[in-house]
Design a protein around this ligand. Sequence first.
Ligand SMILES: Cc1cc2nc3c(=O)[nH]c(=O)nc-3n(C[C@H](O)[C@H](O)[C@H](O)COP(=O)(O)O)c2cc1C
Length: 203
Amino acid sequence: MSTSPPQSVFLGVSGASGAPYAARLVQALAAAGCSLQLSISESGILVLRHELGLPAGTRAAVTGEFLQRAGATAQVFAPDDLGALPASGSSAPDAVVICPCSMSTAANIALGTSRTLMHRAADVALKERRPLIVVPRETPLTQIHLRRLLELAEAGAVVLPAMPGFYFRPQSLQDAVDHVAGKVLTALGFEQDLFPPWDGGLG
Ligand SMILES: Cc1cc2nc3c(=O)[nH]c(=O)nc-3n(C[C@H](O)[C@H](O)[C@H](O)COP(=O)(O)O)c2cc1C
């Protein structure tokens, strides 16, 4: 996997808990000058609205408010737009991130079902040997979940669970969110300053 930062990223936001991770990621990728493609699942829209306190409205209105709050712009795709550019290996983005990744979406990607654009974009990343980072969120995990996540890792995905660390002593919930978002940025090959590097001190 290349470690040079991607110029274009497809972000799939599925219906797992963790909307603040997606919001921080969108903000950071925009700040890094990355060209962003965004697709939010039906459940993802519900969870974004609930967890970020976005006003009720159409899919377009919720997505627009989500991007505006993050200070970002993106090319937005409906979940069923299987003819869109990210669905083809010949026009695929440099990298795909699914954050947060529900167990349903993890299973669909692992099984290669490609029922939605998000699944297909992830499938294309794997087949084209481009970076795919999935940020699963569920607890506890069943054997089914664990098997699907193992399959994703075996197929070449980076499985980066939404598990903030506490060794850097986060002062706020946002610091913990930033740790996960920063780990995704690092996995993509970006320099990041969302959390400080470990300084080796166990004081
Ligand atoms: C508020 C809320 C929180 C949810 N949190 C999770 C979660 O953390 N992990 C998960 O796998 N599913 C979670 N779900 C269930 C998924 O949204 C559901 O399985 C859905 O079918 C996933 O579809 P998608 O992957 O296409 O978004 C949650 C649903 C709601 C409404």
